[in-house]
Design a binder for this molecule. Structure first.
Ligand code: UGA
Length: 437
């Protein structure tokens, strides 16, 4: 099929490349000329494992092109809207200007029978509103919503082998003509048995908000348990292992630590609360305020623990932060808890050095006042304390015996509970985990 993908960020660039991989003829469209130039040269403007290779493969095969010209959408049958919905400045709600702008810009290029498919995470009610715009512009064109569940760092495999598809169509019926069109787009994964659910527009939009809210709640639940474990002298990692064996609970997303960040979970739970408020259902989601508050408390807790670890004072202490990205295998620093902690420590007088294998350029853009050192061996030299805040494999695998010789004082705070505390203590380190004795 001929497909346009509008918005070539974390979601759209991956989606465009994967649709081309599935055999479609794809054009990726974005207003950012630098992004388009990089993608055309098979260099993703962000780090995502496997994406550069895939971009190269599908562009060499002539299946994918990128442009800033919206008119390129004109020959396509299907148009995916993949632009961002960041948090509004100074408000909890989502900024819809990119989704609205992209849809309006597409309208003059729509042709009879075209299908517009929204993938962005939007407040419930958006799809119905945009569907009307599409119908008004071209009566035989339609809009459906198909939320995206990919995780950064696994985006290519999550797109090519998703765990489910959710189709939102007006009326929610299997017989809606858009269902057959999207089935053709996704025929590859559907043929290998990927589950597919058809729902009405509002339900499909809510599935995404509910999924991210559940994940955020799961993380904050275990972080709340970490607070209790700390007070009681118990171990949250063992607690998570034990409750996780109950398959109604499950062990995934029960890693206590410095909490969740990134461009999705934090802003999505806030936008969900804001939208529920507009709908008069704010009471239903007041628990998400607590989820958010527990998450934010983790960052303050790490600053306090670091102070304790440094003998009660941060002033002039050399702190090395291992990891700046909001999670490993990503260079994304949007609402990164690691960077937020690094900045708070610096504000309180510590001399902070941040290292990360991929995210330093983005980090320096956000917090130019911090000191960045790409070479992790150099970054740890003479440190008074190390803080492992993003669990990149190279930090998980650090050898406490070797490292002890480089640092000023052998003290480490394991913000992700991924190190073997006993081993580090045996090597002479003062080790602190979160929610662990
Ligand atoms: C999240 C969802 O997991 C995806 O399903 C969704 O499609 C995506 O948002 C989106 O809305 O686009 P992502 O933001 O890439 O994906 O990252 P996650 O893997 O969910 O991690 C989010 C944060 O939670 C990270 O900071 C991570 O370190 C933290 N986390 C995760 C924990 O603190 N503990 C855990 O047990 C798991």
């Amino acid at each position: 099929m001929r497909i346009s993908v509008i918005g070539c960020g974390y979601l759209g660039a991956v989606h465009a490349a994967c649709m081309a991989k599935l055999g479609h003829d794809v054009v990726g469209i974005d207003v950012d000329t630098r992004k388009i130039a990089a993608l055309s040269a098979a260099q993703a403007p962000f780090y995502e494992p496997g994406l550069d290779e895939l971009l190269d493969e599908v562009q060499s095969a002539g299946k994918l092109a990128f442009t800033t010209d919206m008119a390129a959408a004109a020959g396509c049958d299907v148009h995916f809207i993949c632009v961002g919905t960041p948090q509004k400045k100074g408000e909890n709600g989502a900024d819809m200007s990119f989704v609205d702008g992209a849809t309006v810009a597409l309208l003059p290029h729509l042709q009879p029978g075209n299908l517009v498919i929204g993938k962005s995470t939007v407040p419930v009610g958006t799809a119905a509103r945009l569907a009307e715009l599409v119908r008004d512009a071209v009566p035989t064109a339609q809009l459906m919503w198909n939320p995206e569940f990919l995780r950064e760092g696994h985006a290519v495999s999550d797109t090519l082998q998703p765990d489910r598809f959710v189709y939102g169509v007006d009326g929610g019926s299997e017989d809606h003509p858009a269902v057959a069109i999207l089935d053709e787009v996704y025929s590859g994964p559907l043929n290998v048995g990927t589950p597919r659910l058809v729902a009405d527009l509002a339900t499909a939009e809510l599935v995404k908000a509910a999924a991210n809210s559940f994940l955020a709640t799961k993380i904050s639940f275990i972080n709340a348990m970490a607070e209790v474990c700390e007070a009681a002298g118990a171990d949250v990692t063992q607690l998570a292992d034990a409750i996780g064996l109950d398959d109604r609970i499950g062990r995934k997303f029960l890693n206590a630590g410095i909490g969740f960040g990134g461009g999705c979970l934090p802003k999505d739970i806030r936008a969900f609360m804001a939208r529920a408020g507009e709908l008069g259902a704010d009471q239903a989601l007041t628990f998400l305020r607590e989820v958010d508050a527990i998450n934010m408390r983790r960052r303050t807790r790490v600053v306090e623990l670091t102070r304790e670890l440094c003998g009660g004072m941060l002033l002039g202490k050399r702190i090395t932060v291992l990891g700046a990205a909001f999670k490993p295998e990503s260079d994304d620093v949007r609402d990164s808890p690691a960077l937020s902690i690094a900045a708070q420590l610096q504000l309180q007088g510590a001399v902070v050095t941040v290292t990360d294998p991929k995210a330093l350029a983005n980090a320096a853009g956000r917090f130019p006042e911090l000191h960045y050192e790409p070479d992790s061996d150099r970054a740890v030299q003479r440190a008074d304390a190390l803080l492992l805040l993003t669990e990149w494999p190279q930090y998980r695998d650090l050898d406490p015996y070797e490292l002890a010789a480089s640092v000023g004082s052998p003290r480490i705070l394991d913000g992700r509970n991924v190190l073997d505390g006993a081993k580090w203590r045996a090597a002479g380190w003062t080790y602190r985990g979160l929610g662990r004795p």
